[in-house]
Design a protein around this ligand. Structure first.
Ligand code: ATP
Ligand code: PCG
Ligand code: PCG
Length: 688
């Protein structure tokens, strides 16, 4: 009997495993189907766009007559340059005058700009027709547009007289605009002199102009500081959606304290920026060609922080919020250092905008400028404060004598590094940290070395380790876990864009700043990686390792997404999904890939974790076609306003976790360092 029960239990267990496996397969298949759908949609959209472009290039104003005419789009290939199409004919002053007047009076032609009108004037040819001759016959093909220079003509349709044309009138434009048959007959009543232009020439004038203008704007956009790192495709997208707008002298383009939805780049002219200070308008600066304004209200999701007024006629490119957000990466936006000098008041607008300008930090130039902060009470009173002890050394709280800015000083024994052969890792950690400037990653201000240690001077995160808070709370409420994971998503989005993989995600490496925002620390395993290339080093923390790392298959950015799934699980439940005191068991669990969720874990979290922890890296959320956007758009993050998070404008739900008191109250107490590390002179750190 007992044997039977055991056998049944075993069968049940097997069946459960099989069910899980099948669930997994279903998920993967669903995912593949979705991918396929997206691909189809994408292709349809692309072809759709191409059609639309073709239509638009054929005529500027087809919508005005689309209803009454079939959409016969000019099919002939366009010549690149109208210089090859028509000879230029010099016109006298009065002839030019007459033509220009005629163009202005004509509903279709008066849309041409000055440059196009000049070209049109030059390309028109003279033609003479005798009394009684038919210039245009209804229903026939026609390629020519005419302007009457002298004489009179009659327009008839189906034998019915429609009107008489005389000097300055334009005719024959309909067929050349829409490539349809002539819609009426035009006959000379007297001898007539006409100016004529062929359709190819007319269209080349239109297209050349827009092509040249596009190139011109592209060239210009490339010089704008804010756009300098964008690809041609991104710039082209901006051009497609931007507007050119003109402002008169003294016109207010952007008004302080009002809502703002537009970003501007100055094409021509100058703009004065002023701010209300103590009830008075104060001039901050004058902006000129290539400068931009209006970005603050968009990136910080606040009201306009200054007034921008045209100082004469001004032409700007305007880009609306949506396109701006889609095309211009926030890290490209370098605010001038002096924005903040004038903008003490800016804080009032950004009450909960927590990121401060790092340029105000006085960075020490010598190690000697830093003094240790001492424990004020308890067992270690009078000893230097140690914030943490890691595998290679300790992190101390230090300050500058002059302006009392606090730093975390990470001190690593050189001898230890050499004995563990970690030279490359440490050099890389420093290089990578120095490169990154992201609000979700701890800042490295500077680094020093002496005969015993290398030192990294880091931004101090007074909120302590997230790991400590997790132990205290046992597990986090969903709102906290969502916020913390969202900060990590931002850090990863930044790093991956810079082609850096992090590879050591875990709550121990997440620090809280004074506002409760999360910052990634410890870049000992970070690595720069070309897209499409794999790396093979075995590193990370066992519970967080992706299957492809364990199996040495080569890994890439997808390994970070796997670890994000593990982190979300741990934040919500207090321990990672694959755990055991024996690392070998951890590895086999990871490779089995079966995640059991505690009953209280919500469906949204389960779905996100399952998608991030897919065995195959290519199918992991974050690593498919839409990249990290797919993670941001997952329903578990639906309450996160990513723009606000990026701007530090979300009130962090982690704040209650942070204890108020001494600067180091959120850290464990560590006994002082008793012995100094041995000296090390091999020279591996010469470039540190
Ligand atoms: N910027 C900081 N602000 C405050 N505390 C910090 C900071 N950086 C590190 N710490 C504290 O020091 C501890 C050790 O730091 P870190 O993880 O960078 O060192 P490590 O020697 O590389 O450790 P590991 O063994 O995890 O690789 C952290 O867990 C944290 O408690
Ligand atoms: N269809 C139409 N054409 C007109 C009228 N008045 C002037 N025209 C001109 O007659 C031209 C005949 O050839 P198009 O159809 O190319 O373009 C036509 C117009 O430029 C009018 O009332 N109806
Ligand atoms: N707040 C601020 N804005 C400035 C300064 N110099 C130029 N500006 C621009 O003025 C713009 C006013 O609108 P936004 O706040 O959207 O964005 C602001 C900046 O683009 C400055 O010193 N401070």
């Amino acid at each position: 009997m007992e044997v039977e029960i055991q056998e049944l239990r075993l069968q049940l267990k097997r069946q459960c495993l099989r069910n899980k496996e099948l669930e997994f397969q279903i998920q993967e298949l669903e995912h593949l189907l979705k991918e396929k759908d997206n691909l189809v949609k994408d292709l349809q959209a692309r072809f759709g766009v191409l059609d639309i472009h073709d239509e638009h290039s054929s005529t500027e104003c087809d919508h005005e007559v689309r209803n009454s005419r079939t959409a016969a789009i000019a099919p002939e290939p366009l010549q690149e340059d109208c210089d090859h199409l028509a000879q230029r004919i010099q016109k006298s002053f009065s002839e030019t005058n007459l033509i220009v007047k005629a163009i202005y009076q004509n509903d279709f032609l008066n849309r041409l700009d000055d440059e196009q009108i000049n070209m049109m004037v030059e390309c028109l040819c003279a033609a003479e027709w005798s009394q009684g001759e038919t210039v245009i016959r209804e229903g026939t093909e026609g390629n020519t547009l005419y302007i009457v220079a002298a004489g009179e003509l009659r327009v008839t349709q189906g034998g019915r007289v429609l009107r008489t044309l005389s000097q300055g009138d334009v005719f024959g434009e309909l067929a050349i605009l829409y490539n349809c048959k002539r819609t009426a007959t035009v006959t000379a009543i007297t001898n007539v002199q006409l100016w004529s232009i062929e359709r190819q020439t007319y269209r080349a004038i239109m297209t050349n102009k827009s092509k040249r203008k596009r190139q011109q704007i592209m060239g210009f956009l490339k010089t704008a500081r804010i756009l300098k790192r964008l690809s041609d495709a991104q710039l082209s997208k901006i051009i497609d959606s931007m507007d050119e707008c003109k402002f008169q002298s003294k016109e207010v383009i952007v008004r302080e304290a009002t809502e703002g939805k537009t970003f501007f780049i100055i094409l021509k002219g100058e703009v004065r920026v002023t701010k209300q200070l103590n009830g008075q308008d104060r001039e901050i600066r004058i902006l000129g060609e290539g400068d931009h304004f209006g970005e603050l209200a968009l990136i910080r999701a606040i009201c306009r922080t200054a007034t921008c007024t045209a100082m004469g006629p001004v032409t700007c490119i305007s880009i609306d919020k949506e396109v701006f957000e889609e095309t211009i990466p926030f890290e490209n936006i370098e605010l001038p250092d002096d924005y903040d000098i004038f903008d003490k008041a800016l804080l009032a607008y950004t009450k909960s905008g927590v990121f401060t300008n790092n340029s105000r930090v006085c960075i020490p130039s010598r190690l000697e400028e830093l003094v240790p902060v001492l424990y004020q009470e308890g067992q270690y009173q009078g000893e230097p404060v140690t914030l943490g002890v890691g595998g290679f050394g300790r992190v101390k709280l230090v300050t500058t004598l002059q302006n009392k800015h606090y730093f975390a000083l990470k001190q690593i024994s050189k001898k230890h590094i050499v004995s563990k052969q970690q030279q490359e890792h440490v050099l890389l950690e420093r290089r990578i940290l120095q490169e990154v400037q992201c609000n979700f990653i701890v800042r490295l201000y500077t680094a020093f070395k002496d005969s015993r240690y290398i030192y990294m001077i880091l931004e101090f995160c007074p909120g302590g380790e997230l790991w400590t808070k997790l132990r205290e709370e046992r597990r986090f409420e969903e709102v906290i876990a969502v916020f913390c994971a969202a900060c990590v998503v931002e850090a990863f989005a930044y790093l991956h864009k810079k082609l850096i993989i992090y590879r050591d995600l875990k709550p121990e490496n997440l620090m809280l700043d004074q506002h409760g925002y999360i910052k990634l620390v410890d870049f000992g395993f970070a690595k720069e990686l070309t897209r499409g290339v794999k790396t093979y080093s075995f590193c990370g923390t066992p519970e967080y390792l992706a299957p492809e790392i364990i199996q040495n298959e080569g890994h890439d950015f997808a390994a970070d997404f796997w670890s994000l799934g593990i982190l979300v699980y741990e934040l919500l439940s207090g321990s990672p999904p694959f755990s055991s005191s024996d690392p070998q068991k951890v590895y086999s669990k990871i490779l089995d890939g079966i995640i059991t969720f505690p009953h209280y874990m919500e469906e949204g979290a389960r779905s996100l974790i399952s998608k991030l922890c897919r065995q195959r890296p290519g199918q992991r959320l974050g690593n498919t076609k839409n990249g990290i956007k797919d993670i941001r758009n997952h329903r578990w993050f639906s309450k996160i306003n990513w723009q606000k998070l990026q701007a530090g404008q979300i009130e962090a739900p982690t704040i209650p976790l942070i204890r108020m008191g001494s600067l180091y109250i959120n850290f464990d107490r560590f006994p002082p360092e008793i012995t100094k590390a041995e000296e090390e002179f091999s020279g591996w750190d010469k470039d540190f």
